[in-house]
Design a protein around this ligand. Structure first.
Ligand code: TMP
Length: 213
């Protein structure tokens, strides 16, 4: 498991944060060092950028500004936290990484794909996840869930935006099948977790694998 970098992805309300928490708790029980992160955020500077990005009052934010803020937050997280953790041999579980930028800023906002890829290379400092799990759920169900307690700036974009984001994730899984795996996120949290552990079977230590045997 040394130096394992797992990312979880999906549209708003797909349930990935619940699954990430659960995966992290299970990994911790194996005695390994596990670092749980979510993007944007995870450092003092990145959390400030997160607040700017999600604040509903920042409705006038230009798409290019949004893209660069996500990348700035990410670069700080990679340099300050992720690279040192992987260097120590820790397992890093990150709720969102550069695939979110492809899905939201290219798929959702319509920014040029090559431009987003170039920015992603900079923001990630060239770091590529070992494995990326995309939790796939009907956007109407996911958005209703995500906005039940109020909507942040991105969730306010509505259903068509989330549908474009989902389509981008589906394209990504098709394009990079070795790294990116689609997980059916419908059903109970237990059912989704079993699918997630099964998808990670080759990478996880035996105690975790046995949960789905
Ligand atoms: P969260 O709700 O999973 O914490 O993510 C915050 C929001 O930011 C979510 O709506 C997805 C969005 N986002 C992007 O648009 N681009 C990105 O690169 C990242 C990491 C998140």
């Amino acid at each position: 498991m040394a130096g394992l970098f797992i990312t979880l992805e999906g549209i708003d309300g797909c349930g990935k944060s619940t699954q990430a928490d659960r995966l992290v708790r299970a990994l911790c029980q194996t005695g390994s060092e596990v670092i749980a992160l979510h993007e944007p955020g995870g450092t003092r500077i990145s959390e400030k950028i997160r607040a700017l990005l999600l604040e509903p009052a920042n409705g006038e934010m230009a798409d290019e500004c949004e893209l660069l803020l996500y990348e700035a937050s990410r670069a700080q997280l990679v340099r300050e936290v992720i690279e040192p953790a992987l260097g120590r041999g820790a397992a890093v579980v990150c709720d969102r990484f550069y695939d979110s930028t492809y899905a939201y800023q290219h798929g959702g906002r319509g920014l040029d794909e090559t431009l987003v890829a170039t920015c992603n290379a900079l923001g990630s400092c060239g770091l590529v996840p070992t494995c990326t799990l995309v939790l796939d759920l009907d956007p109407a169900i996911a958005l209703a869930r995500a906005t039940a307690g109020g909507a942040d700036r991105l969730e306010r974009e509505g259903l068509q935006f989330q549908e474009r984001v989902r389509d981008a994730y589906l394209r990504l899984a098709e394009r990079e099948p070795r790294r990116v795996e689609l997980i059916d996120a419908s059903g109970t949290p237990d059912e989704v977790y079993d699918r997630l552990v099964a998808a990670l079977a080759d990478l996880l230590p035996a105690p975790l694998r046995s949960e789905v045997d």
